[in-house]
Design a protein. Structure first.
Length: 257
């Protein structure tokens, strides 16, 4: 029986999601008994050409070269998994989508004519079909390992579609909004992190992107009641998931700043 092959790819990102895989340590060693890691430059310079059974793709599409590479990777991958907020929603670098990138490069670089970049930062799914998405900044190691285990066994990964609030309930975490008046995006954010931030009495800041069919309009008055100005609300909804329609198309109003 042929050993399945795994490839890990980096686009525009901070490497944090790849490091999550490396940080699995003992679990990663056990995984290598079941899969051949054929391409993973974060771990080894030894690479083998595809095709690959599973490709993990970190990062967003932000350069012309990215556009070419992601098409080639998709063609060589039986299953493509987008990992992390950059790959699923454009990431923090998608803040460029609301500004003039030409002006940015002119101000930052001494020779902007040498900078090859796109006007926007976009998710992997905006350019090629994606089979599985793992959310977060960074991804959750349990979800990553569970997804790889399922794919290697020929099963569909069991990923949640509910909100972070359901995870708070499961672990018995007191609601930070109800108890302390802390603004929190948990009611509209995709589950999967284990409600990490609320467990430390911090509000969720939405790095897993929107849950399925989030009621963002109902959350906005609660955020305002708990001290968030309109500018702050706009900022938190565009930090990690700027390209998500569910967040970008939220209701707007003329509340004072």
């Amino acid at each position: 029986m042929t050993t399945p092959t795994l490839a890990v790819w980096k686009f525009t990102s901070c490497d944090g999601c790849q490091l999550t895989l490396l940080d699995c340590e003992d679990e990663l060693l056990a995984l290598t008994d079941r899969v051949h890691i054929a391409h993973f430059l974060e771990a080894s310079s030894a690479v083998q050409p595809g095709p690959y059974d599973v490709s993990l793709v970190e990062g967003s599409i932000t350069t012309p070269d990215d556009l070419l590479r992601i098409t080639e990777i998709r063609d060589r991958s039986r299953t493509l998994v987008a990992i992390g907020a950059c790959a699923t929603h454009g990431g923090i670098q998608a803040l460029r989508n609301f500004a003039d990138v030409t002006e940015f490069t002119r101000l930052v670089y001494a020779s902007p004519e040498y900078i090859a970049t796109l006007a926007t930062s976009t998710a992997i799914s905006a350019h090629v079909p994606v089979d599985v998405e793992l959310r977060g900044c960074p991804i959750d190691r349990r979800q990553l390992l569970g997804t790889l285990d399922a794919l290697l066994a020929g099963r569909t990964p069991d990923l949640p579609t509910t909100s972070v609030c359901t995870e708070c309930k499961r672990r018995g975490t007191t609601c930070v909004t109800v108890a302390h008046g802390t603004p929190c995006l948990g009611p509209v954010t995709h589950a999967g992190c284990g409600a990490l931030c609320p467990a430390y009495e911090r509000g969720c800041y939405g790095c897993f992107g929107p849950m399925e069919q989030p009621n963002v309009g109902a959350l906005l008055p609660i955020l305002r009641i708990n001290g968030m100005a309109t500018d702050d609300i706009d900022r938190v909804f565009t930090t990690f998931a700027a390209t998500a329609a569910e967040f970008a198309e939220r209701p707007r109003d003329d509340h004072s700043q």
